[in-house]
Design a protein around this ligand. Structure first.
Ligand code: GLV
Ligand code: MG
Length: 316
């Protein structure tokens, strides 16, 4: 192992993140009782320009008035992008008016670390000004060619900044940015012999894990295709993502199912740890379990599964 180690800036369970437009306050109460680990109230792409200011007010009111924490939800807000006239006031109003209850800010379309730096600097100042006791985390959407080209730098510098917790793969904007031949959000392209998102998700996930961040997969647009959703979620999980967005309440249970390690997987992981403990007592570094070799790397893989299962159990 390298002598360099990036510890996580924050530990949170994030199997499913429900997206809720800030301009639809009628959906807030449902989101509160949805069973998602995270909810992000959106000020960005799901909100029409004419509704931006009202959406900001709705979101601040919902964060202050509804007991998200008490419902097991980490509450987040997707602010507008740095290229808009809304972003500065989004951050200022959120921190000044509901900073105590807000848990994370999700920055869309991050292209370079400087985008994160600006939000970090603003949050640092506002936190001091307001005397906030909680530390508002930052998450970034990697959804442009520029963001993906700089993803390692964004992850590393953001992790060092102390607030960055997670990167999300925004498949829709990413497809637009690289001009992929599709108009679907997140589905597989039958013309492509494989998963056309594999390289992007693998790159982002590796950058996350190198620097102690969570990796989260973004939206799947076809809400009438639960099998397609689960397939996309399983592919992301296989690459190291620990959660996925839901753009409709029906997708929450599917994401929770995929990103909760099944009991037999947890049992197997515990048996691996037990077998290696016994082997260590006999002065051995490796052992055989069910006819397969297991060693210290197996222990690290098994520990990931057991720790995630424990974090989920603690949350519930
Ligand atoms: C999410 O914002 C996406 O573009 O997929
Ligand atoms: Mg997007």
């Amino acid at each position: 192992m390298s002598h360099t180690l990036f510890e996580a800036n924050a530990q949170r369970v994030q199997r499913c993140e429900l997206a809720v437009p800030g301009s639809s306050p009628g959906m807030f109460e449902k989101a509160l009782n949805s069973g998602a680990d995270f909810v992000f109230l959106d000020l960005e792409d799901a909100v029409a320009p004419d509704d931006k200011l009202q959406a900001r007010k709705n979101v601040i009111e919902a964060i202050n008035d509804l007991d998200w924490e008490g419902h097991g939800i980490t509450i987040s807000v997707r602010i507008n992008g740095l290229d808009t006239q809304y972003m500065v006031r989004d951050v200022v109003d959120l921190l000044e008016q509901c900073g105590e209850k807000l848990r994370t800010i999700l920055i869309p379309k991050v292209g370079v670390y400087g985008d994160v730096y600006m939000v970090e600097a603003m949050v640092n100042q506002l936190e001091m000004q307001e005397g906030l006791k909680n530390r508002v985390g930052i998450e970034c959407l990697i959804e442009t060619a520029l963001g993906m080209a700089n993803v390692e730098d964004i992850a590393k510098e953001g992790a060092l900044g102390g607030r960055l917790e997670a990167l999300h793969f925004g498949v829709a904007d990413f497809a637009a940015s690289v001009r992929a031949r599709t108009v679907n959000i997140g589905g597989l392209n039958p013309d492509y012999p494989g998963d056309q998102w594999h390289a992007a998700i693998a790159r982002m996930t590796t950058a996350c894990r190198a620097f102690g961040l969570r990796a989260v997969d973004g939206p799947f647009g076809d809400i009438k295709d639960p099998d397609g959703f689960k397939l996309a979620a399983k592919r992301a999980a296989a690459l190291g993502c620990e959660g996925k967005w839901a753009i409709h309440p029906s997708q929450i249970e599917l994401a929770n199912e995929v990103f909760t390690p099944p009991e037999e997987e947890v049992n197997k992981a515990r048996r691996i740890l037990e077998a290696l403990k016994e082997a260590a007592a006999q002065g051995k570094g490796a052992a055989a379990l069910d006819g397969r070799l297991i060693d210290a790397a197996s222990e690290r893989m098994a520990n990931n599964i057991v720790r995630m299962a424990e974090a989920i159990a603690t949350k519930q």
